[in-house]
Each structure stands twice: as C-alpha cells, then as structure tokens.
Design a protein around this ligand. Structure first.
Ligand code: DC
Length: 212
C-alpha cells in the first residue's frame, strides 16, 4: 500500500502522515525534508539558493534515512526549501530519490506513506490512496502561532500569516510541479477539525480503499 499525502505548509499533513504510517505499519518519508536538506546544505556553504548545479550536487548527497535533524525544522530553512523547490533540475533528482524510497519499501514487502506537495500528482501518481490535506490560511497561522509562542494572536500570528501566504503563493505558482490536488485525491479540509478527527477521517478513506 502506498499512501500519498499532499497539502500546503502547516496544514497538519506531516502529523497525519506520520500517524498513518505508524497505524498501518508503513515506511514514512517527509519529502519536504529532502528540499530542506538541500536548502540547508546551500545555506551552510554560502551558495545562492538559485544555483541549480550546486542544488543537484547537494541532492545526490542526502541520506534519506537521516532527515530528523532539528536544524531542518526551522522557518528559515523552510523558506529556503520553498525557494530551491522551484528549480526543475533539482526536482527531477529529488523526485527520483523519493520514488526509489517507495520502491525499496515495496521490495521489502512494506508499503509507504510519503508526504509533500506533488506526491499524488508527480512522485507517485499510481498511489493506492491520495489525500490532500488543507485548511484556511488563517487557521494554519493560528495553529502555528499557538505551537511556537503559546498565543494564537498578536505580532507572531501576523508574521506567520504573511509568511504562509507568501509560501502558498510560491508553492502553488511555480511552473514546475505546483501544489495542487490530484484529480483522484480525497480532499480533507481540517479548518474545523482537530488532529484526532482528521486522522479518523483519513483512516476511513484508507480502509475503504483497502477493502475495494
Ligand atoms: O512541507 P515543508 O514545509 O517541509 O516543505 C518545505 C518546502 O519544500 C515547501 O515550501 C515546498 C517544498 N516542497 C516541494 O516543493 N515538494 C515537496 N514534495 C515537498 C516540499
């Protein structure tokens, strides 16, 4: 079983995807972390984020089993990842590596959950189940602000809202594999759902697909 989970930044897709992987005993890859790892490598080397050749080199050196580093989780690296993600030559390399991850899992007799922006449309168009997780941008900013500062309003909220809007615009507006739901994706709008309710709905979709 291959589950593709896509959606905008701070939609809760990562939490949901990880939980699905644990629940169904599947391998898990957060593909955002592959773009983040490339951005961090370039930033550490002082290389411009639009240097396609350097980005491709960095992508070849990434260890897909070691993407847990907290340095990859910062907002600055997320912004950098969104910038390198517009480079088509980088996407070609990372998509091939992500497909390799899913193939390896299948070869080992295990399915996989991959989350990102283009899993259902480009990376794994034949996935058994495709979920597109979304929420209104104000709600995503509110959740992020609460998580980071303990408060859901104020200057942090305003800053996060502006940052998410610009990230959404770049992720949805780029020419190469823009963020959009696959035609056969199940759309889950979590604006009015908590994490448990979103997980429960997602398992219903997956269980139905498994039974079909
Ligand atoms: O999911 P995230 O915030 O870790 O992703 C960081 C950036 O990486 C995101 O703004 C766009 C890019 N990305 C992508 O283009 N394609 C993916 N499959 C995953 C992430």
């Amino acid at each position: 079983m291959i589950i593709a989970v896509d959606g905008p930044a701070a939609s809760g897709k990562g939490t949901l995807a990880k939980r699905l992987a644990t629940h169904y005993g599947l391998a898990y890859l957060d593909t955002g972390r592959t773009y983040r790892a490339v951005a961090l490598a370039l930033m550490e080397d002082g290389v411009a984020l639009d240097d396609g050749e350097a980005a491709v080199r960095a992508a070849g050196a990434i260890d897909l089993g070691a993407l847990e580093a907290p340095a990859l989780a910062t907002a600055e690296v997320g912004e950098g990842a969104s910038q390198v993600a517009v480079l088509p030559e980088l996407r070609t390399v990372l998509v091939a590596r992500q497909q390799g991850f899913a193939r390896e899992a299948a070869r080992a007799g295990r399915g996989a959950v991959l989350d990102g922006r283009d899993i259902g449309t480009v990376v794994l168009p034949d996935a058994s189940v495709k979920l597109f997780i979304t929420a209104e941008v104000e709600e995503r900013a509110r959740r992020r602000a609460l998580e980071l500062t303990g408060s859901e309003a104020g200057p942090a909220y305003e800053r996060l809202l502006a940052a998410l809007r610009s990230r959404d615009a770049r992720d949805c507006g780029r020419a190469s594999s823009p963020l959009r739901p696959a035609a056969d994706a199940h759309i889950l709008d979590t604006t009015h759902l908590d994490a448990d309710a979103a997980f429960w709905l997602a398992t219903r979709v997956v269980d139905e697909a498994l039974a079909a």
